[in-house]
Design a protein around this ligand. Structure first.
Ligand SMILES: [Zn+2]
Length: 465
């Protein structure tokens, strides 16, 4: 075994998307080298972690983050250093962030810019999706090279006309190309053209409080976009992944397509499972903390999203982490909700909330928890085998998880660079005692032991589900 560092995690219970069993995990360097019956002697280890009474889970994969992202004249408050550090604290060991093509420029320039933002800063491994804002002959041709460089998914917007929006013809062309390349199209599915009319009318009527952000983006606009995205994908013969699905009627469109055997996939986010329109309607501009897009919905819809997660109509929970501070950022929209930067912090709290409010609350099993937070995103985004499971040959991205550990979610105790928590004061159970990223212990009992730049860019495989 030479001088490769050897780590043993003993006495724990491994939980993957399919199995739960007592075993020891032996790590050589960055890789899981053996999984043995508890107590089997494979020699000495340099590091021994006792996981008695705890679970050994694959590290979380957050397939939807926006670090260091310009929006509405400001920039999301976490960069690749602070955001990935916070992710690690919360048990996420891989993120897939969004590189953005600027209208009028090539995709490659956008991708290069995001590589520069991330290079040498990340605490954990990261990949990129490519946000395509300008689909034409030249940029469709560029997609092949983008995929070859390990960026195997593209995100398109039906919302934000004039900024990120693509029309149906552009979307359809990109989908045809994605089909040929084995790439996956991720869709922000909202009818942004109609929404912009409603937004303008709301402001003209003097409806400027944060809650009008939701009232001007009704669920039918999301349902229509979801239906149209799936229809275009079906026409193109391409798979499609609906990002941040928030609404019951949008979910119905996904269910209808999946029941017909169409390869339509969707994620939801913790904010849609744990927050609601009531938060957005809070007094004194508090609602600004909850402005994200699609907007928070009536509380009743949460049950539908949970059901979708149980029945696999929803496959993934990602965060859409896109934090903005109240001070200097959210307050830009104090007199006009359209000026409130859209986004909420969440990169650190996803596993906490889903374990406490999902597994412990009896809504999902431990195995389903692993599936929606790690295995399914790994499979959909070309990382499975290396990431997303506990298996011999996989990267040793592992959590030693204390399912009972009680802690309080608070701006003071969390590590995201943002001046509030949407869950301030919420008591949850379940947290990692150890977080390993490619064999290195990066978090131990809440202390960060890694260093910036430990995380590497992940070249992802093509779509193969
Ligand atoms: Zn997003």
């Amino acid at each position: 075994m030479g001088s490769t560092k050897r780590t043993l995690i003993k006495n724990g219970t491994i939980v993957t998307a399919t199995d739960t069993y007592a075993a020891d995990v032996w790590i050589e360097g960055e890789t899981i080298a053996a999984i043995t019956l508890q107590g089997m002697d494979l020699g000495t280890a340099d590091v021994v972690i006792d996981a008695a009474g705890k679970f050994i889970l694959p590290g979380g994969i957050d397939a939807h983050t926006h670090l260091d992202m310009p929006f509405g004249g400001t920039t999301s408050s976490d960069d690749f250093e602070t955001g990935t550090l916070a992710a690690a604290h919360g048990g996420t060991t891989t993120i897939v962030d969004f590189a953005i093509q600027t209208k009028g420029q090539g995709m490659r320039q956008g991708l290069d810019a995001w590589h520069e933002k991330a290079e040498g800063k990340a605490a954990i491994d990261y990949g990129f999706h490519m946000i395509a804002t300008d689909i034409n002959d030249a940029t469709v041709d560029e997609m092949k090279g983008i995929v070859a460089s390990g960026v195997t998914s593209f995100k398109l917007f039906m919302a934000y006309p004039g900024v990120l929006y693509c029309d149906d013809g552009q979307i359809f062309r990109a989908m045809q190309k994605a089909r040929d390349l084995g790439a996956l199209i991720c869709m922000h599915a909202e009818n942004g053209i109609a929404i912009d009319v409603l937004v303008k009318q709301a402001v003209e009527a003097g409806h400027t409080a944060p809650k009008y952000h939701s009232l001007s983006r009704p669920q039918i606009a999301e349902a229509e976009g979801t239906h149209r995205a799936i229809a275009l994908a079906e026409m193109a013969g391409a798979p499609v992944y609906i990002v941040h699905l928030s609404a019951s009627r949008a979910l119905e469109k996904v269910v209808e397509a999946r029941d017909r055997g169409i390869p339509a996939y969707a994620e939801t986010c913790p904010q849609y499972l744990f927050c609601s329109f009531d938060d957005l309607a809070r007094d004194d501009f508090e609602g600004a903390k909850y402005v994200c897009t699609p907007p928070l919905r009536p509380k009743e819809m949460q049950d539908d999203l949970w059901r979708g997660l149980r029945t696999n109509d929803l496959q993934v929970v990602s965060t859409d982490h896109c934090p903005f501070c109240m001070k200097g950022q959210k307050e830009l929209g104090r007199d006009n909700f359209t000026k409130i930067p859209n986004g909420m912090p969440g990169i650190e709290t996803r596993l906490y909330l889903l374990w406490d409010g999902g597994v412990r609350a009896g809504r999902i099993s431990m195995n389903r928890f692993v599936e929606i937070t790690s295995a399914a995103p790994a499979k959909l985004f070309g990382l499975f085998g290396k990431k997303g499971t506990v298996a011999v040959g996989a990267d040793a991205d592992l959590l030693v998880w204390d399912g009972d550990k009680e802690h309080v979610l608070s701006e003071k105790t969390l590590h995201m660079r943002v001046d509030y928590s949407p869950f301030e004061g919420r008591v949850v159970r379940g947290a990692p005692t150890h977080v390993l990223s490619r064999g290195r212990v990066v978090i131990e009992d809440g202390r960060y032991l890694g260093k910036k730049g430990d995380g590497s860019f992940l070249r992802r495989g093509t779509f193969s589900m």
